[in-house]
Design a binder for this molecule. Sequence first.
Ligand SMILES: Nc1nc2c(ncn2[C@@H]2O[C@H](COP(=O)(O)OP(=O)(O)OP(=O)(O)O)[C@@H](O)[C@H]2O)c(=O)[nH]1
Length: 339
Amino acid sequence: MQKDLLNSVVKITKHRDVDSLELSLLSTISEFLSPSEAALYKDLSRFNSAGIEKSASIETDKTGAIKWSSRKMIATPNKELLCCIESACTISLQDKQGNEKRWIPVIIDDQVMGAVYLVVKHLTSTEQVTLNALCRIYENYLTILNESERDKLTGLLNRQTFDRKIKQLLEDQLHSHNSPLEKGVRNKHYDESSWLAMIDIDHFKKVNDTYGHVCGDEVLLTLSQRMQQYFRSSDLIFRFGGEEFVIVFEPTTLLHIATKLAHFQDFISDQKFPFVEELTLSIGFARMSPYDFPISVIENADKALYVAKNNGRNQCVYYGDIINSENENIPPTNDIELF
Ligand SMILES: Nc1nc2c(ncn2[C@@H]2O[C@H](COP(=O)(O)OP(=O)(O)OP(=O)(O)O)[C@@H](O)[C@H]2O)c(=O)[nH]1
């Protein structure tokens, strides 16, 4: 048991991204404690009003078959989960069938980030020690991964993680694209795809020049918080460069994404920012299919952003609208500064 446990810990800490770490934690809990259910909840209310997300879960049926479920928002979290998150304490209760339900808080830098949940018949004291140790290992390793994946100023995903996250997303999409179940669904949603938007603050240099770099940082931080409030937790938001952000959206229609981005521009120009009277954004966006190279999608969104800037800023331009229009504003690819 000890040897197996140590090997599992080695496996957990081998991961280089948060999603795989979560899956690895749940499968280790499942292997050593045999819960009928185990899940990981994340409290997203620090970022947006969205609330609590079940980021991964695993269920074992009577035959021992394991079923994984992917992330989803929890519309009405139960009171024990909320109590665990609010109090930062482990909550445990016994149901009528004699199963124990347990919620263990996940705490990072003195803040409760979410909770590990499991349903078990009974936990011996050794198993309780194992469970707590696994949760603490998860917390410690999550802290390290968060530091390497996130931008220090804004807490958004950083540019270094972009390639890995996008590769993973495209692989998942390709997988579901080819699955027989999804093929049926796809016929209904043939006009849906993922999207990549490149967002750049207009005349940001003026903010720095007028108020100083520290104030500029505060504006960047506020904008990042507004982005996290406005977009869904499933949309990946990256700080790409100084005042440049990239968002990758889940599959949806062109109409929906164009409307959403236009509303976001309005939302931002209506917001109060420190120091500046009004902040406007230029946006370029492009379609992203599972067969595209991420670098080409970035180039496309960047060309659309270039057009938005050249057409007077505070605009949202779709790459598809400019490719056939012999727009002189599009620079040759070599002129675009990418990495
Ligand atoms: N405060 C702060 N400023 C940054 C950071 N990174 C980049 N910048 C600044 O962002 C500004 C970007 O300026 P430009 O590329 O000329 O763009 P702009 O002034 O926004 O003009 P347009 O994009 O053409 O509308 C520069 O002044 C950089 O110094 C950062 O981390 N903090």
